[in-house]
Design a protein. Structure first.
Length: 79
């Protein structure tokens, strides 16, 4: 279920122009080096993407409409 939700949110973020800003990884508390590597890599990736394209353009009603449209589109695609 988690993978399905993350996939949905990734598609939603792509639809909104915010692709590449969500990452999921399973890391044990015993894997400190992996945690550092994953977080550092993701931080670098987000920095390379630059500021949010929505900065200064946030209109909550428009975002809500976009989210609803994306959810409808994905539910139609998913059957």
């Amino acid at each position: 279920m988690t993978i399905k939700r993350i996939t949905f949110v990734q598609e939603l973020l792509n639809f909104m122009g915010l692709g590449g800003r969500l990452h999921l990884d399973w890391i044990s508390s015993a894997e400190a080096h992996k945690f550092v590597r994953v977080v550092t890599g993701f931080t670098e990736k987000v920095r390379a993407l630059g500021p949010s394209p929505l900065t200064g353009k946030l209109e909550l009603n428009a975002i809500a409409r976009d989210c609803e449209a994306a959810q409808e589109a994905l539910s139609v695609e998913g059957g």
